[in-house]
Design a protein around this ligand. Structure first.
Ligand code: UTP
Length: 478
């Protein structure tokens, strides 16, 4: 053992004893040199000052989340403007376009999740999804930025948050694919923090004798990671003041939407959100609501069923604005929330999970029921802290079809289907003919790269002076 390692071990030994976490070094004498390095690295990942105060509030005991006294539907902007909103939407779109042209707007993808449900061996952004080219999710987003450049004359900068578990693979994937037509200088990767899993008595769980059970600290950890990584400072240097946030699993997303950015700007909002109408009363999505007058996302499990089913006098659903994790945030808002002197913090969410661990002899334990507590932060908890937060409805079939599960709902099959359906609608919007099977689905796969067209009107422009297309064979517009 080197002297440096010896010293580090001694320091941890003492510190862990003081904080009743000495078990983390219980297997030290049996570990190989390599395993010791690994364990010390894992310990370095833990922010003990941040974790320990949470033990009494979230692990050993925990209070039920406070239920708001009043839950009301939130104000929102409709997907289609109608006469009352037409002028505002036109003005907003111009403001958004101007901000994009001026280089004030960056894309931000959170890609640090573990993708457990999909079960894909690699970063989720590397998952191949498009119907004809089988392009990976990251490529679709890169092409969205190239399309934005084609249309508005400015290539937005792209911030990508990874986690220690997928950072190296993610950056290697971009390098292998020549950054999908972007330049390496257009993209800034940074890692989020991890949190350990806790056993019910407050001890941090070991996944193996030489590994701490660590997992990323939730998409809410992205705000702190933006600050700590220097990404916010990078934005400041480049005069980027608006951040377009989206998840890595939704290839229908508009990485940068001028209308959304513009409504955010003209509303003087600090954090804005897109919503889609819920598919049914009990759909498992968070809903936007005014909770004691503050715009909030209420998780489906926290919305009382009578409210989930409640109707307005005209029969429409009262709480209909489902959250799809697409936001625009002001850089200054993130700076304020993450400043060392910040007085507010995002809350932690507690989940009891099955976490593989070891017994007192270091033998693996694979629990068949939840045995540990994981803590995560959610980005939507920043909404109530923002000035003038805005909700814009959009159409699900145009902008939201995430890859979450291996099969069934929100799986690669449904996402590909929705990509083809959207491409077919866009072509029909341009006068194209899309033959359909008896099930009503397009008879041939169609793929439109976002580099070629960002939306139906953009496609119409791109196809000007071309004869209307008849989709008699698989069609790729890229
Ligand atoms: P999900 O909540 O769908 O989680 O993340 P996941 O990790 O991708 O998948 P499961 O639940 O393990 O199956 C929504 C988005 O937030 C990102 C994910 O990468 C995805 O883009 N995320 C989630 C992070 O960046 N960090 C996290 O700690 C958690």
């Amino acid at each position: 053992m080197t002297t440096a390692m010896e010293e580090k071990y001694r320091a941890y030994s003492q510190r862990l004893c003081e904080i009743s976490q000495a078990h983390l070094l219980a297997f030290w004498p049996q570990l190989s040199e390599r395993e010791r390095v690994q364990l010390l690295d894992d310990l370095d990942q833990i922010d003990f000052a941040r974790c320990l105060p949470l033990l009494d509030t979230y692990v050993r005991t925990h209070a039920a989340a406070a239920v708001p006294q009043h839950i009301d539907p939130p104000p929102s902007f409709p997907a289609e403007p109608g006469p009352t909103h037409a002028d505002l939407y036109a003005r907003a779109r111009r403001a958004g376009e101007q901000a994009i042209r001026a280089g004030r707007v960056a894309a931000f993808t959170v890609a640090g999740g573990q993708g457990t449900r999909l079960g894909f061996d690699g970063p989720k952004g590397a998952y191949c999804i498009s119907p004809i080219r089988n392009a990976p999710l990251f490529q679709i987003f890169a092409e969205g930025l190239l399309g934005t450049e084609r249309r508005y004359g400015r290539r937005p900068r792209w911030y990508i948050m990874t986690s220690p578990a997928n950072h190296t693979e993610t950056t290697a994937f971009f390098a292998q694919h020549a950054f999908f037509g972007l330049s390496p200088d257009d993209v800034l990767f940074f890692q989020q923090r991890q949190m350990p899993a806790f056993l019910p008595d407050g001890r941090i769980a070991l996944a193996e004798p030489h590994r701490v059970a660590l997992s990323p600290d939730g998409h809410g950890g992205s705000l702190r990671a933006l600050a700590e990584s220097g990404a916010l400072a990078d934005m400041r240097r480049r005069n980027i003041d608006v951040v377009s946030y989206f998840q890595v699993d939704n290839p229908l997303v508009k990485p940068i939407d001028p209308l959304f950015v513009g409504l955010h700007l003209v509303s003087d909002s600090e954090m804005s959100s897109k919503a889609v109408a819920k598919a049914h009363d009990l759909e498992r999505v968070g809903v936007f609501a005014l909770a004691d007058r503050k715009l909030t996302v209420i998780e489906y499990s926290d919305l009382p069923e009578d409210l989930a089913r409640a109707r307005n006098p005209d029969g429409t659903r009262r709480f209909d604005a489902g959250s799809i994790a697409i936001h625009v945030l002001n850089r200054e808002f993130v700076e304020r929330l993450t400043a060392p002197a910040a007085t507010v913090q995002l809350p932690w969410h507690r989940a009891e999970k099955k976490v593989p661990t070891v017994d007192e002899h270091g033998r693996p334990l694979n629990p068949d029921k939840p045995n540990a507590v994981k803590l995560e932060m959610f980005v939507f908890d920043a909404i109530p802290l923002a000035r003038n937060p805005v909700v814009l409805f959009t159409r699900r079939e145009e902008e939201f079809s995430p890859v979450k599960n291996a099969t069934g709902d929100d799986s690669p099959a449904t996402t590909r289907r929705d990509m083809i359906r959207r491409a077919a609608r866009w072509l029909e919007h341009c006068g194209g003919m899309v033959p359909r099977g008896t099930d009503g689905e397009p008879a041939q796969p169609i793929e439109i790269s976002p580099a070629f067209a960002l939306d139906a009107d953009d496609l119409r422009q791109q196809l000007t002076n071309r004869p209307a297309l008849l989709v008699g064979a698989p069609l790729l517009l890229a």
